[in-house]
Design a protein around this ligand. Structure first.
Ligand SMILES: [Zn+2]
Length: 331
């Protein structure tokens, strides 16, 4: 089964590229850029990765990205992830990036996007790994600031596959970002949003009603509202579920308690993703494996989940057909 999961062509739709920063690269970049880290060793960083909830994770997450300064750093960050992901059988990655976290440190948008885009091009050539860019807004920052970032991104609008909404969910409902998402819609940029991870089911409904999103990141708390579940099912609205992340951030206690079986049973369009793999205990293969072991999933179930991700990914039709053929050859 481990071999089957590795060979399964996996598309990852919910990944924060800054959350793929492994301690080794964090140290290497800190040295290259002369950044002082509050850790004595790579082991000390790993120990610090024991957090209790979303907020304590976010503190570490923002601290870690202080080593990212130049376009080359962002290129190295993404290539490091693409190589690891490709070795696990990942064929397509949609990366969220957080421009506000970098702008706040004086790192221009162009530095971030050009570094990431160069890695995306190289990954396509060298690893046969396709990708998409999702520019995410930090929901715990003011909506005005998000709007300014969207406008500042004008030279790069063509390169964005979507905008997203992430970071601390409590007290920052989708409603806060109606105007920003309205502007993106007018520009013809697709929209996704985190909702119903630690926030209530009502935030998922708001993301649908007010932000006109084409998928929901996480969304696991939809189960608290049966009418919403039915609506998501009827819409075939994709949910990008991140099982190991949910365990690490205590959305659920153990993987065995994860609501994935109920979500599947409800007929929802689910995908499996790693979220912040460096911090949450594993990449795509580990997420699939953990679920397979916990829920006893068959090869058919695993194929179905991998197929969902390819079907709803931001990719051109030729690439989609190619990946679906590759997937069906395993059935
Ligand atoms: Zn996320």
């Amino acid at each position: 089964m481990q071999d089957f999961i590795t060979r399964l062509p996996k598309a990852e739709l919910h990944l924060h590229i800054e959350g793929s920063l492994e301690p080794e690269l964090m140290f290497a970049l800190a040295e290259r850029n002369g950044v002082a880290l509050p850790y004595a060793s790579i082991e000390a960083v790993r120990e610090a990765y024991q957090f209790d909830d979303l907020q304590s994770f976010l503190v570490l997450y923002y601290q870690g990205m202080s080593v990212l300064r130049t376009a080359e750093d962002f290129f190295d960050l993404a290539m490091d992830y693409f190589r690891r992901a490709s070795a696990e059988g990942v064929v397509h990655v949609e990366l969220h990036f957080d421009p506000q976290a970098h702008l706040a440190r004086g790192i221009e948008l162009g530095v971030v996007i050009e570094g990431l885009a160069r890695a995306c091009r190289l990954a396509s050539r060298e690893l046969d790994l396709s990708s998409a860019l999702i520019m995410a807004f930090l929901r715990d920052r003011p909506a005005d600031e998000a709007m300014q970032v969207l406008e500042r991104a004008a030279p790069y609008w063509e390169m964005l596959d979507a905008i997203g909404l992430d970071s601390a969910e409590h007290g920052h409902p989708p409603q806060k970002f109606v105007e920003v998402f309205e502007r993106a819609r007018a520009l013809g940029i697709a929209r996704v949003a985190h909702a119903g991870e630690e926030g209530p089911a009502a935030y998922i409904a708001q993301a649908l009603d007010l932000l006109d999103v084409c998928r929901i990141d996480h969304g696991v708390r939809c189960l608290e509202d049966p009418a919403l579940v039915e609506r998501l099912r009827a819409l075939r609205m994709p949910l990008t579920v991140c099982p190991l992340s949910n365990v690490k951030l205590k959305v659920v206690e153990r993987i065995d308690d994860h609501p994935l079986p109920q979500l599947l049973e409800a007929g929802l369009l689910l995908t499996i993703n790693s979220d912040d793999p460096a911090y949450f205990g594993g990449g795509m293969r580990d997420n699939f494996l953990a679920c397979q072991r916990a829920f006893g999933w068959s090869e058919a179930t695993l194929l179905g989940l991998a197929r969902n991700a390819i079907e709803v990914a931001f990719m051109d039709p030729a690439r989609r057909s190619e990946l679906l053929v590759r997937l069906e050859s395993m059935a």
